[in-house]
Design a protein around this ligand. Structure first.
Ligand SMILES: [Zn+2]
Length: 588
């Protein structure tokens, strides 16, 4: 099994240059040495996006959610509670109380507002919470209608929203509501806990994460006890024991449940849970991921037998993009925090550029980008047929999360995980250290960092060497080349006295290459350039990259014939309804 995996990892871009994962002894040692974080995110404080694609996406998302009428969001709750319900409700999944996303809208708004100091958005989220709180019934029943299609799922999403309002909007009463709806849940949620695919659909196995957060926020042991009820023993233990069994399981929620295992580890320190998530990460990268970082065609995890490659022939619904990106972001962030390893940032990067960052925006009418289409016959970006689905809830959460993924820190040093135009202000010791990052990455490999402590400071500055950068990254400090160890998939470290006005310049090589889909289809490939997947528009011939790679007026666009409509472009730049082709069969 191990040998096969190692061979396989050479093939597939998802696992490119992945250093060997921690052995179980190393995990036990790590757990006993320190069950809390090795690295911390900035938790939505002190990180600002500067002008660029991601900031524009974030700003547009903020405008859409800020302008959804409160009466529309609250409509069904008020009707169910017999309160006046002016306005009209949102339609689609939300209005039908089908996997209702109310809690996720609160969560997304609270996180967005915290990240940018956006008081009007913060106030909106808090007002929505209190107005919803008025509709909670005496026994704690709190759903959008009397007849939600499932109860575990919206209860968990609402707990997530309340945790976020408590943590990021600073509104303590969130815990009062959490207490009331949890009393209802403890009495009423079905505890049969059937293992999917039988009895799937309620996603009961995702509850623990937000219950553990409720425990840490409130200190109330009832959350701890209730979190333990929803441990997904079979699935988690199979990973921990090294024999995962994922066939036919719902993709997004079976990545999302790994965040529950992560919180079980954070709270208990039991290394078994760390083994689960490390093993799951590797397994997903090696057997389930496309070159984009997406996974789960038709929302299913697949056997490791060539099904992934075959899926490109028939599934238009290749990747549930906002939900799947959000789950991948969380799992990767927990792993970076617990292990301190850089390699988990590689998935974050691919999800950022090719998945959530390549999604069409949620519109004011609730049109939502749900599935990315990777089919070998070609696809187009289109909106989902129903409005306000699950992915309209995870979209703002994932977009807000950019702020939480670019930089990490430990006691001494700063870690640059993503190369994004941004600025971080880190209160370190007795001063603020500001680091400002300018780049057009991944279109260009040049990343410029300006380091501005208030006074000279001796500290390590680390950056992630992407797994694809087989020949390393070149580094200049104040214009002078530096010998720095830049092994792919690790943090490179520059430890020196930094003075106001110092600069660091990175040159990350962005090579064009093929990423085969799986070991059974070595000739079925996507074209990648650094972290981004390029797709074909028109009938451009396949490379010979040497003849082909001519960048002209548009960065990272490769014209490969005289026709202007025949070219390769980053998937994230493809607009709505524009046809493209992502995967190709090379000739034998
Ligand atoms: Zn979704």
């Amino acid at each position: 099994m191990n040998l096969t995996r190692r061979e396989f990892s050479k093939l597939i871009a998802c696992a490119a240059s992945t250093p060997p994962s921690l052995g179980s002894e190393a995990i036990s040692a790590l757990a006993s040495a320190n069950s809390s974080a090795r690295l911390e995110s900035f938790n939505y404080s002190g990180v600002r996006l500067l002008d660029g694609r991601l900031k524009r996406q974030f700003d547009a998302c903020r405008e859409i959610f800020y302008n959804i009428p409160n009466d529309s969001i609250l409509f069904g709750f008020r009707q169910r509670a017999g309160l006046p319900s002016p306005g009209t409700g949102l339609d689609g999944w939300y209005g039908k109380d089908y996997f209702n996303a109310f809690g996720q809208y609160l969560a997304g708004m609270a996180r967005m507002a915290k990240a940018t100091g956006d008081t009007p958005l913060r106030d909106k989220a808090v007002l929505l919470m209190h107005e919803w709180g008025r509709t909670i019934e005496p026994d704690g029943f709190s759903f959008y209608t009397r007849k939600p299609n499932v109860t575990h799922y919206p209860y968990e999403k609402t707990m997530g929203g309340l945790n976020d309002i408590y943590e990021y909007a600073g509104e303590k009463e969130a815990l009062v509501y959490a207490d009331r709806i949890t009393d209802w849940a403890i009495k009423n949620l079905d505890r049969a806990r059937q293992n999917p695919p039988d009895g799937g659909g309620t996603e009961w196995y995702t509850l623990s994460e937000n219950l553990y957060r409720g425990y840490l926020n409130s200190g109330d042991p009832k959350y701890l006890k209730f979190a333990q009820v929803w441990h997904y023993d079979k699935y988690w233990n199979d990973y921990a024991a090294g024999h995962p069994n994922v066939i036919g399981l719902h993709a997004y929620s079976h990545v999302n449940t790994l965040s529950s295992a992560a919180m079980a580890y954070r709270v208990s320190g039991d290394p078994k849970y760390l083994r689960t998530i490390v093993s799951a990460y590797d397994y997903l990268q090696q057997t389930q991921c496309y070159a984009t970082g997406g996974y789960g065609p038709a929302e299913n995890l697949l056997p490791d037998d060539g099904s992934l490659g075959a899926s490109l022939e028939d599934s238009f619904d290749t990747f549930e993009t906002p939900c799947g990106s959000w789950a991948g972001f969380k799992l990767s962030r927990y792993l970076i925090g617990f292990t301190g390893e850089a390699r988990y940032g590689d998935w974050v990067e691919r999800l950022t550029y090719n998945c959530i960052g390549a999604a069409l925006p949620v519109t004011a009418a609730g049109d939502t980008f749900y599935y990315s289409d990777y089919r070998i016959c070609g696809g187009a970006k289109v909106y989902y047929e129903k409005t306000w689905p699950c992915c309209s809830g995870t979209y703002p959460q994932a977009v807000a999360d950019y702020h939480n993924l670019i930089y990490f820190k430990d006691r001494d040093g700063l870690y640059v995980n993503l190369f994004v135009p941004s600025e971080v202000t880190w209160h370190r010791g007795d001063q603020d250290v500001v680091v400002r990052q300018q780049t057009t990455y991944p279109e260009n490999g040049l990343v410029q960092l300006a380091i501005a402590p208030q006074k000279p400071v001796e500290m390590p500055l680390h950056f992630r060497v992407p797994g694809f950068a087989a020949n390393g990254v070149s580094v200049k400090i104040n214009g002078a080349p530096q010998p720095v160890n830049t092994q792919p998939g690790t943090w490179a470290t520059i430890n020196r006295q930094w003075k106001p006005g110092d600069t660091m310049e990175l040159q990350i090589p962005l090579e064009l290459t093929f990423a085969p889909i799986d070991k059974q289809h070595p000739k079925r490939v996507a074209v990648i350039r650094g972290p981004s997947v390029l797709v074909r528009q028109g009938q451009a011939p396949l490379p010979d990259f040497a003849k082909w790679a001519s960048e002209k007026d548009s960065p990272a666009t490769f014209e490969v014939s005289s026709s202007a409509m025949s070219r390769f472009v980053p998937f994230y730049r493809v607009a709505k309804n524009q046809p493209y082709q992502m995967y190709f069969d090379l000739e034998a």
